[in-house]
Design a protein. Structure first.
Length: 99
């Protein structure tokens, strides 16, 4: 069965390799009929960095860990756009990653 419209809301937040994300996208695209549209909703890396900065400045606490002095592992994750939210590592995207 194929569809004219599909939504992937926060499906791509798992910190998996590019081939796994590619497989998820291909499967979603395969479910569309010719001319169908796919809406992909993902967290923004820029927003995550901005929220982290503002929370650090104001001393607020929330459902995520504010990063002040990242460990080597946290730094490696941040470079890949991966942040811990409520103890769960999630992938955040740059606009360029979808081009």
């Amino acid at each position: 069965e194929s569809y004219g419209f599909a939504v992937m809301a926060n499906v791509l937040i798992a910190p998996v390799n590019d081939s796994a994300r590619g497989l998820m996208m291909r499967n979603a695209l395969r479910s569309l009929c010719p001319g169908g549209r796919l809406l992909v909703v993902v967290p923004s890396l820029e927003s995550a960095l901005y929220v982290n900065m503002r929370c650090r400045e104001s001393g607020c606490s929330g459902p995520h860990e504010v990063i002040v002095q990242p460990t080597r592992a946290e730094g490696a994750d941040i470079v890949q756009g991966i942040f811990s939210r409520s103890g769960v590592r999630t992938k955040h995207y740059l606009d360029a990653e979808f081009r």
